[in-house]
Design a protein around this ligand. Structure first.
Ligand SMILES: NC(=O)C1=CN([C@@H]2O[C@H](COP(=O)(O)OP(=O)(O)OC[C@H]3O[C@@H](n4cnc5c(N)ncnc54)[C@H](O)[C@@H]3O)[C@@H](O)[C@H]2O)[C@H](O)CC1
Ligand SMILES: [K+]
Length: 504
């Protein structure tokens, strides 16, 4: 499902208006879709709408008028004077249809809000920046404590549509009705938490314009089915590629095993590992299908280089880092490997990223690399962890990065995002990152496309956690890896359902 940055959404509006649809009609369409969503709550009779001065506020006045005409009791609380032509026009229409407007400073506003069955937030939408302040912040805090149904128009006020960040306070919605396309900020934390259910209503929008203007996505089943490598009856292990996983150390003996598990369970033809002896023993006793090659010492070091390079000749993708540790010689060896494999499809994870932080210039020599840091690891590379810094980093170093989190984001050098929203708290545990890197390496070996592999890998691990019978608290990466089979089955069933019109 495509998602938009606020600036893209404004451009889309402009393009639609250029084609001849008046902006006030766009507002009317948007408001009509909110009306329909409100009418899904039959017990809601009395509604309070907080309106800002921009077009989000304009939507609020139009929604108010439509609700009045539908027989509801409506009060508008004016947080800022209407300032755009469409907001001014709709505010006056609201009044001419009998609507009452209260200044937000009025002392009766709180009792009016507490009486309402539903509170609608139409203060700020995609034009919001900074933070809610003064009386508006006070009212939003008050509303967040009420039991009434809370609905946000386009995006909860206080949430940045650009990256989901919240400075101070934000409206906590049960439902957010958004227009044309979901905004990036709906799907990234903390914003994701404030949106409740996100309903995208696209009436009046041109599919052609949306498709042309938007490239970022929230990963859904439809996208995954498009990207999933096909499996042909007439195939053999060579058809599905080979991945080499380089990692492990004295302390981290299980990480390469988890990575190899991810690789095996996601369809790769051949999985090679290169690890120190103790890590190899774990792999050999748990995953006999893996070709576990044993390194020369207790951690990866210079003497391993030649053998790794030899094995890599058989691999379509290389994963470097799971459990590799922070020995100084290991870090130097990793940097050497990055140079030698500059033209290969590579996933760099965990302490492989620690090695990279010692010399980021290596990235200028790599052609096809995906980094998979968690925020701590990304901070070491970049100094920051916000979305803008992520996008700048990918552009400057011409690389792809998955910034892992409750919503993980894959960013490419051109600012295209793929946001993963599958997953459970069962993944908030050591080992998940190792499972993910191997899964991505496997899909990269199968498809020859790291971006596609990253999207599939993130979705698979999250979905497997969701489908698992284990409770979130007790789930483990090794159990989740074994659930990949369910993800494949689910996707196949979903595709079959679509073909036969089920669920449409
Ligand atoms: N296609 C669509 O998506 C449609 C969207 N519509 C609605 O229009 C808003 C966007 O309207 P816009 O006027 O550009 O912005 P806002 O209403 O969000 O607010 C702008 C207004 O607020 C000021 N401002 C911003 N941040 C702050 C702050 N922290 N404190 C105080 N004031 C602030 C800013 O300077 C402006 O004056 C979109 O979300 C939809 O709801 C249309 O209905 C058409 C279809
Ligand atoms: K809003």
């Amino acid at each position: 499902m495509k998602v938009a940055f606020p600036v893209q959404m404004r451009r889309i509006d402009e393009l639609i208006i250029e084609r001849g649809i008046p902006s006030v009609l766009l507002m009317e369409n948007a408001s009509r879709s909110v009306l329909e969503e409100v009418l899904k709550y039959p017990t809601v009779k009395e509604i309070a709408i907080l309106c800002g001065g921009g077009n989000n506020g304009g939507d609020g006045y139009a929604i108010g008028r439509l609700l009045l005409n539908a027989g509801k009791t409506v009060s508008v609380i004016e947080c800022y004077h209407p300032s755009t032509p469409d907001a001014i026009f709709n505010a006056s229409l609201f009044v001419s249809f009998g609507g009452g407007i209260h200044a937000c400073e009025e002392s009766t506003v709180e009792s009016l809000l507490s009486r309402a069955d539903m509170v609608i937030d139409s203060i700020f939408g995609t034009g919001f920046h900074g933070e809610l302040q003064g009386r508006v912040a006070e009212l939003v805090e008050y509303i967040n404590g009420l039991k009434s149904v809370k609905l946000a128009v386009d995006i909860p006020s206080g949430v940045s549509g650009f990256d989901g960040s919240v400075r101070g306070i934000a409206f906590r919605a049960d439902k957010t009705v958004t227009f044309g396309a979901g905004k990036v900020g709906h799907y990234l934390y903390p914003g994701r938490d404030y949106c409740g259910e996100v309903v995208v209503r696209s009436e009046g929008f041109s599919r052609e314009i949306l498709d042309r203007q938007l490239d970022s996505s929230v990963i859904d089943e439809e996208l995954v089915l498009e990207l999933l490598p096909e499996r042909h009856a007439d195939s053999h292990k060579g058809t599905y590629g080979a991945v080499l996983i380089v990692g492990g150390s004295e302390i981290y003996t299980g990480a390469p095993f988890l990575s190899a598990l991810g690789a095996l369970r996601s369809g790769c033809g051949l999985t090679y590992t290169y690890t120190p002896p103790e890590a190899a023993a774990v792999i050999r006793s748990n995953l006999p299908e893996v070709i576990a090659i044993v390194g020369k010492g207790p951690h990866i070091f210079r003497d391993d280089l030649d053998t790794i390079v030899e094995i890599a000749k058989k691999a379509d993708s290389i994963v470097i880092g799971p459990g590799i540790g922070r020995n100084e010689e290991t870090a130097e060896t990793v940097l050497e490997l990055l140079k030698v494999f500059s033209k290969s499809s590579m996933v760099l994870d965990a302490d492989g990223l620690y090695a990279l932080s010692k010399d980021l210039t290596v990235l200028s020599r790599t052609e096809d690399i995906l980094l998979t840091p968690h925020p701590g690891e990304f901070r070491r590379l970049c100094g920051e962890t916000d979305l803008k810094s992520l996008m700048d980093f990918c552009e400057n170093f011409h690389c792809r990065v998955i910034l892992k989190g409750s919503s993980s984001v894959l960013c490419n050098p051109y600012g295209k995002l793929s946001i993963n929203i599958t997953g459970t708290t069962g993944l908030a545990k050591g080992g998940s990152g190792d499972l993910l890197s191997g899964t991505i390496g496997s899909f990269a070996a199968q498809t020859g496309d790291l971006e596609r592999a990253g999207i599939l890998g993130m979705y698979f691990m999250g979905k497997a956690a969701e489908l698992s019978d284990e409770s979130d608290a007790s789930n483990t990466a090794s159990s989740i890896g074994k659930e990949y089979s369910r993800v494949f089955s689910c996707l196949v069933e979903g595709a079959r359902g679509e073909k036969h019109g089920i669920g449409t």
